[in-house]
Ligand binder design. Structure first.
Ligand code: AMP
Length: 401
């Protein structure tokens, strides 16, 4: 059986240099201020552990999607400053990735010091899994640790190609990465029952694979958000101008049928907040899903659906939530998502939230502390739930003796 190599399995030699691939892809406002530093805080246990082994640390991450080398707005400098405050120690910042500044600073790094490279994606080779870039990065350190769960579903140079340059005694997964994988695996393999999956968001297409993989594993499935309308339409409802993926109607009908065969209870909204236009100042109406007026669109679940879903969740022992119940970015259509967040946070179940938007909802609702686990990686967490093997994780597996 193959298992992931844990940072705890590594015997770090004091005085060594350790490269830690983090996911510091943090949201920033138009002034460059970090608006949510969850990802930076999540990396701290691994950084501290490595420092406590008597090693020095070289941190690397991507930020956003720079196209053509250095761009000020994608610089990791604000992240270095925030981390410096959180760790209460100096972070030596390199103004490039594998250039002279990074090389000199890495070479002069002393025991117990922490340095950060500039945004990995300023190097074009990063997203191309380029072996030259990987080998330049590997020259900086004796050990490699990956704690960047959010990018493990991509074969990029700093999470994939680079691992070939270290043997199993010198590479490992960090604490955050291990925690993410364990939560997803426990959810799929041994959930406490009843297990309820709550899905939402805009599109069926983005979650189809996850729904298909989850269906035989869950006891109940709640479908809200924009994706619910393709299911409602497949059941013959008139959904007005609500979001519809016409080409997936048959697939949606199949999921409903499969659910019936498996004995999985599937719940859809019974009422919606309908709007005339997709805008914050549109006229709105609370209507049952059977009475959406022609030309109107459902932009949030209504109060009766909230009550129904709350009831469905009341005996849950495990809840997995991915996707908002409505267009939560506009206040008028955020109530359904907020109330679901409260209901999930208040339940006695093990609660796991995945996806950037859903984490944002939970944060805005003030419920983040009451959720058992909030995944830091949207795409990666969805792929784990879909049952896929992540390229960045596969390369850190070893055969258990
Ligand atoms: P996703 O990335 O698929 O999880 O979708 C998240 C997005 O779905 C959010 O930006 C929401 O605004 C959007 N969304 C949720 N409910 C609806 C709806 N009823 N109609 C249109 N968009 C929606």
């Amino acid at each position: 059986m193959s298992v992931i190599i844990s940072i705890k399995d590594i015997e770090f030699k004091a005085g060594s240099k350790v490269f830690i691939r983090c996911d510091f892809n943090t949201p920033m406002d138009e002034f460059g201020n970090i608006t949510d530093d969850r990802r930076i805080r999540s990396a701290i246990p691994t950084i501290k552990y490595v420092l406590d082994q008597g090693c020095s640390v070289i941190l690397a991450s991507h930020l956003g999607r720079p196209k053509n080398g250095f761009e000020d707005k994608f610089s990791l400098l604000p992240v270095a400053k925030r981390l410096s405050r959180l760790l209460d120690r100096e972070i030596i910042f390199a103004s490039d990735v594998i250039g002279n500044d990074a090389k000199t600073k890495a070479a002069n790094l002393k025991h117990g010091e922490v340095m950060m490279l500039e945004n990995l994606r300023f190097e074009k080779g990063e997203t191309k899994d380029d072996e030259n870039l990987a080998s330049e990065l590997a020259k900086f350190s004796d050990y490699y640790v990956n704690d960047a769960f959010g990018v493990c579903h991509r074969a990029h140079a700093s999470v994939h190609a680079i691992t070939k340059l270290y043997d199993n005694e010198h590479k490992a997964a960090g604490f955050l990465l291990i925690k993410e994988i364990e939560f997803a695996q426990n959810l799929i393999k041994r959930p406490a029952r009843p297990f309820v999956a709550v899905t939402g968001g805009s599109k069926v297409s983005g979650k189809l694979q996850a729904l298909t993989n989850l269906l035989p594993r869950v006891d109940k499935l709640i479908i809200g958000g924009g994706m619910a309308f393709t299911f409602l339409k497949a059941m013959g409802e008139n959904i007005g101008n609500s979001l519809l993926e016409e080409e997936l109607l048959e697939e949606a009908a199949n999921i409903l049928k499969k659910g019936r065969e498996l004995g999985v209870k599937i719940y859809l909204p019974v009422d919606v907040v309908a709007a005339q236009t997709f805008s914050a100042d549109s006229a709105i109406k609370y209507v049952s899903t059977q009475e959406i007026p022609n030309g109107w669109m459902g932009l949030d679940i209504g109060p009766a659906s909230v009550r129904l879903f709350r009831e469905v969740l009341s005996d849950a022992q495990t809840i997995w939530w991915n996707g908002p119940m409505g267009v939560f970015e506009m206040d008028k259509f955020s109530k359904g998502s907020m109330k679901m967040s409260h209901a999930i946070a208040e339940s006695f179940a093990t609660t796991v939230v995945g996806g950037g938007d859903t984490a944002d909802v939970v944060e805005r609702a003030g419920d983040a502390d009451e959720i058992t686990f909030i995944s830091t990686g949207g795409g990666a967490s969805l792929e784990l739930i879909e049952g896929k093997e992540l390229p960045g994780v596969k390369v850190l597996l070893k055969e258990e003796e």
